[in-house]
Design a protein. Structure first.
Length: 261
């Protein structure tokens, strides 16, 4: 019964996700080819967790007299894959909506220094389990004219990546300060870095440099595509510098004052 319930909810969530993504794709002006590839890639990405969930559930059904305790490793895999699928669907919906201009940027002036400190604190808790140090270099009273929710989402993507791709005992630095005509935000790490041949492609949808590591860490290959969309929608720029086995630095620049549309 548990297995059937899990399968049913997974199937319903996939169908609902694809239905919504499909609806959001309708008004898109961009090239049809690009969208077709997006949908094909999305289906392909959903196939792996779905196959794992299905395989594990069939296994559970073959052991009808076993206890929950005996089967908990299989159930844990089903849970992990379902979470991965939910994340994938969330990311797909964000991108599909951004493509069809359904996502609005609601800008206001907010305390960027507080947000950066809050996220540093939040990620310090996660980083502690890997003995990674989080350092900050944040200017006092730093403010930004932007959509705070989207900037938070952007920073979480970058910090998540820094944490995913940095080994134990590493270091992550979060910086933020005013430049004469811009607000600068930097997230750097001394992790595994990105191969020179992968670097030009990291903003592409579903592109993963280190496929095994990304998949193991729950990556979807969509994080930096969403990050780039958020930065561009604010009239900002995003730049990545990276050296294999040395580390990665992501630099963001945002306009200091509201940009006239
Ligand atoms: P993913 O979900 O795979 O992390 P992203 O779009 O966020 O997808 O990133 C694309 C690829 O860029 C990753 O698969 C990884 O190879 C590389 N990457 C991104 N951030 C970092 C980082 N801080 N250190 C090393 N590699 C990174």
């Amino acid at each position: 019964d548990i297995a059937a319930g899990i399968i049913a909810s997974a199937v319903i969530s996939i169908m609902a996700g694809l239905f919504l993504a499909g609806r959001a794709l309708i008004p898109i002006r961009n090239a049809w080819d690009k969208q077709q590839r997006f949908v094909a890639d999305a289906s392909h990405e959903l196939r792996t967790p779905m196959a794992i969930i299905r395989g594990k559930t069939e296994l559970l059904l073959r052991h009808p007299v076993s206890t929950i305790e005996q089967e908990s490793p299989n159930i844990a895999v089903i849970l992990k894959e379902s979470k991965h699928m939910s994340k994938l669907l969330d990311d797909l919906l964000t991108l599909a909506r951004s493509d069809s201009n359904q996502l609005q940027i609601q800008s206001s002036r907010f305390a960027l220094d507080s947000l950066l400190r809050e996220l540093a604190e939040q990620f310090r808790l996660l980083a502690n389990t890997k003995e990674i140090e989080i350092q900050t270099n944040i200017q006092e009273s730093l403010s930004l004219w932007a959509d705070e929710g989207r900037i938070r989402q952007l920073l979480i993507i970058l910090l998540d990546n820094a944490l995913k791709y940095t080994a134990s005992s590493g270091r992550i630095e979060i910086s933020g300060w005013y430049q004469p005509n811009a607000v600068y935000i930097g997230v750097s790490d001394n992790g595994c870095g990105i191969d020179e041949s992968d670097l030009p492609h990291v903003f592409e949808r579903f592109y993963r440099g280190d496929k095994v590591r990304s998949r193991a860490e729950g990556g979807t290959g969509l994080g930096l595509s969403i990050a780039e969309w958020i930065v561009t929608a604010h009239g900002g720029t995003i730049r990545i510098e990276s050296k294999l086995n040395k580390g990665t630095k992501v630099e963001l620049l945002f306009p200091r004052h509201p940009v006239k549309k």
